[in-house]
Design a binder for this molecule. Structure first.
Ligand code: TRP
Length: 439
């Protein structure tokens, strides 16, 4: 593993709708800001496989993919800095999904909130528990785990409702590692408490399912109308107004600076008329959104440019996904059959894992040749030798490694296979804690 301090952030956006102001404040704006940090490497993708779970309208999926991609780009996402791609352009993701499916307990998935909520709803209505539930909904958390684990994400910025999915991805990663060695990185959810939920037109959380949203890139005239439709109480001009529970105020606060928000608080206390407050709120939102709106329209008008960006993003993503999936395929035993003799030693790997100590394993294969390998404390295979005609041949090289450490691995590269992602510090650590060869 490299000693790179960069944190990898990854998040997916399901492509089933048109972004609204709540998506902008809660997800797009903070994600674009995070992607500009020097210590962060970001992976943002359009989760169109996930969209299929809840949408069977092909035109809507395609249109939403375009609109969401254009929204993120218009909001300032720099596709040169960020790996920005469409999930379904990465065939390694569904392939990893299957490897993970086979180490995921069905009981774990039974407990997923979204699936359970659908079952509960059926039961409350007296229907069959699984009525109208597709298996995609059931498998949703495994696909999401594959999204995350494929790119070794450290942090996954999500809304509160997604925390359980990140915990499941952790569980699945640890289970895989327990069975096959330390390959997957257990991710952490990042829930930004400072990002307040934006209220919608009726004061409830802005959400497509409440039909109370304000479109993000609607023309200014539409934005003005929608802002005018935000619910207020019936206090007249000159009457002091409460900021608590005011959707107007909460939305203003999501856009205004601290000073602007403070001034608004005072205006409320002094009885600003609702009509004036709405006009000011519209102006404040529009000041931030108007330049993006222009870019958004230009992007929408040129879908082939976005398509090209996404293709380039997919290439970047696959440059990592391809070799990593090859490593994982090897780990589970999906290998070329010439290598079968080497694979037979996997049992040793697992036993060594239980022992918990790093060490050398010497063994003889069905081909009659003598081999050894170096494992770390997690029973991860670090280095494996080629086959030697004699026990002495293998033992001589093994002795050199013990005496000289990692440099001997380099100078004897022709006779050793170093596992992917292993570097000399891993080897030195294993050698340092090594008590003696096991025969
Ligand atoms: N399920 C997420 C949502 O509905 C979208 C998503 C798919 C995602 N894959 C992901 C989020 C991987 C984070 C990481 O919001």
């Amino acid at each position: 593993m490299s000693a790179n301090p960069t944190q990898r952030f990854l998040t997916g956006i399901t492509t089933t709708g048109t972004p609204h102001l709540g998506n902008y404040v809660g997800s797009i704006r903070p994600a674009v800001a995070a992607s500009q940090r020097a210590d962060v490497q970001s992976f943002y993708f359009l989760a169109d496989y996930h969209a299929l779970v809840k949408c069977d309208d092909p035109v809507r999926i395609q249109r939403s993919t375009l609109e969401i991609a254009a929204s993120w780009l218009a909001a300032g996402l720099d596709p040169e800095r960020v790996t920005f791609y469409r999930q379904s352009d990465i065939p390694e993701i569904p392939e990893l999904t299957w490897l993970l499916t086979c180490v995921t307990g069905k009981g774990l998935l039974n407990r997923a909130h979204a699936y359970k909520a659908s079952v509960d709803k059926n039961q409350a209505a007296g229907h069959d528990p699984d009525a109208d539930i597709n298996a995609g909904l059931f498998m949703y958390p495994v696909l999401m785990a594959a999204d995350i684990l494929m790119f070794k994400a450290h942090k996954v910025p999500v809304g509160r409702d997604q925390i359980q999915h990140i915990e499941m991805a952790r569980d699945i990663a640890l289970r895989f590692n327990h069975l096959f060695g330390e390959h997957l990185l257990a991710p952490e959810a990042v829930v930004d408490a400072s990002v307040a939920l934006l209220p919608g037109l009726d004061g409830r959380k802005m959400s497509k399912s409440y039909d109370n949203t304000i479109a993000l890139f609607a023309p200014a005239a539409v934005l003005r109308k929608q802002v005018a439709a935000i619910r207020t109480d019936s206090r007249g001009p000159g009457e002091p107004k409460a900021v608590e529970g005011s959707a107007l105020f909460d939305i203003y606060r999501a856009f205004g600076t601290d000073a602007e928000t403070k001034a608004w608080r005072e205006a409320f206390a002094q009885g600003i008329a609702w009509g004036d407050a709405k006009a000011q709120l519209f102006e404040r939102i529009d000041r931030e959104i108007a330049p993006m709106r222009g870019r958004y329209q230009a992007l929408l008008a040129d879908p082939s440019a976005i398509e090209m960006l996404l293709q380039r993003g997919a290439e970047k993503a696959r440059a990592q996904a391809r070799p990593f999936l090859a490593e994982l395929r090897h780990a589970v035993g999906l290998r070329r059959i010439e290598a079968a003799a080497v694979g037979a030693s996997d049992r040793l790997t697992k036993k060594a894992g239980k022992a918990g100590a790093p060490g050398f394993k010497q063994y003889r294969e069905a081909d009659g040749r003598f081999y050894f390998k170096l494992l770390d404390a997690q029973a991860r295979l670090l280095v494996q030798s080629v086959g030697f005609a004699s026990h002495q041949g293998a033992a001589a090289l093994l002795g050199r490694l013990q005496r000289e450490g990692a440099p001997a691995v380099v100078s004897n590269a022709a006779q050793l296979v170093v596992s992917p992602d292993v570097d000399s510090s891993d080897i030195d650590a294993a050698l340092a804690s090594f008590a003696g060869p096991t025969e």
